[in-house]
Design a binder for this molecule. Structure first.
Ligand SMILES: Nc1ncnc2c1ncn2[C@@H]1O[C@H](COP(=O)(O)OP(=O)(O)OP(=O)(O)O)[C@@H](O)[C@H]1O
Ligand SMILES: [Mg+2]
Length: 323
């Protein structure tokens, strides 16, 4: 049995936002109640439409944001309430990769210094030692020494993401949180970067939290998938189960929008009505009931319990689920 590298339990985050004029405030519940875990060396993907709280979840786990409630266990340590001074070890273990590598790479620094920066912050290595490590990591991510002396704007999108990955890897982290790492790239480049991430995972025994709005992107890289809707995980399970036997009407709708390459196969397209409701005033009962094709009166009043099929690790939060 492998160790659990990341465990999140009852995670919540509300933001205080302005409510009209006169300095009033209201609360936006970006993450309502999120729990999941990732075994060491595995990939868990969080999937859901824009605004459902995926990035907020990633930023809470990496403690770029302070949680309102809940526990975050990383490599056996609970870090949800730690102050900055006590987060140093954790900051080495957890690194992030972002959607827009250009925005996250300093335009005035040479690639060599961008990648070496975390070493300068977290280690006592000499400059020569740091640059030696940069050379090695450039090779590992499919770039070369020749690229080290250049600036980020001189690279293509795919190459920039390789630089972002090199920077994330240089401290030999255990957990990588990849927030839409391929969403800004062409489809052919997406596949290259996803393959690179998969190779790096087996080479360095990395654990991934992969965030995407697109289920088809996470299909090959994931071991486990959590489908998020308006701040909560409505269904989670092993990738094969989610793709072959989805139970939640929201997951079914997301899956139905993925084109199937074989024209002989047809999947009925489920089109959801309306937009994601506001996280300031989420619907009562089941948060999905306002857009759910099978909602009944019960769904308007009562939040569904999570049904677990423990044999397969499949969990569904719906009143009308049947295994
Ligand atoms: N710092 C903040 N202050 C106020 N509201 C915020 C803040 N960060 C996020 N939100 C709100 O929280 C909700 C969840 O946002 P989040 O960025 O986590 O969604 P997401 O699932 O990552 O969406 P996307 O797919 O568009 O990246 C949104 O309604 C967003 O407007
Ligand atoms: Mg996001």
């Amino acid at each position: 049995m492998s160790n659990t590298l990341l465990k999140v339990d009852g995670l919540k985050k509300s933001f205080s936002i302005p409510d009209g004029m006169f300095g009033k405030k209201k609360m936006l519940k970006a993450v309502h109640d999120v729990s999941f875990h990732i075994p060491e060396g595995k990939t868990f993907s969080l999937v859901g439409e824009s605004g459902c709280g995926k990035s907020t979840t990633g930023r809470l786990i990496s403690r770029l944001l302070d949680p309102s409630e809940g526990e975050i266990w990383i490599d056996g340590e609970e870090i949800s309430q730690r102050k900055e001074a006590q987060l140093k070890v954790m900051r080495k273990k957890v690194q992030m990769i972002f959607q827009d590598p250009y925005a996250s790479l300093n335009p005035r620094m040479k690639v060599r210094d961008i990648i070496a920066e975390p070493l300068a912050i977290h280690t006592n290595l000499s400059r020569a030692e740091r640059y030696q490590q940069v050379s090695e990591i450039l090779e590992i991510v499919g770039l070369s020494e020749y690229h080290a002396n250049r600036y980020a704007h001189e690279f293509s999108g795919g190459q920039r993401q390789r630089i972002g990955i090199a920077r994330a890897l240089i401290l030999k982290p255990k957990l990588i949180i990849a927030d839409e790492p391929v969403s800004a790239l062409d489809v052919s480049i997406q596949a290259q970067i996803l393959n690179l991430l998969k190779d790096l995972q087996s080479e360095f025994h990395l654990t991934y939290l992969f965030i995407s709005h697109d289920l088809s992107v996470v299909e090959h890289i994931s071991d486990h998938i959590g489908v998020m809707y308006l701040g909560t995980i409505v269904e989670s399970g092993p990738k094969e189960v989610i793709f072959a036997n989805p139970k939640h009407p929201y997951t079914k709708a997301l899956l139905s929008s993925i084109p199937i390459p074989d024209p002989r196969l047809r999947r009925e397209r489920i089109i959801l009505q309306g937009d994601l409701p506001s996280p300031v005033n989420p619907p009562s009962g089941c948060r999905f009931h306002t857009r759910c094709p099978i909602a009944k009166d019960l769904c308007k009043t009562t939040e569904p319990a999570v049904h677990k099929d423990d044999g397969k690790g499949h969990m569904v939060a719906c009143h009308f689920v049947e295994y």
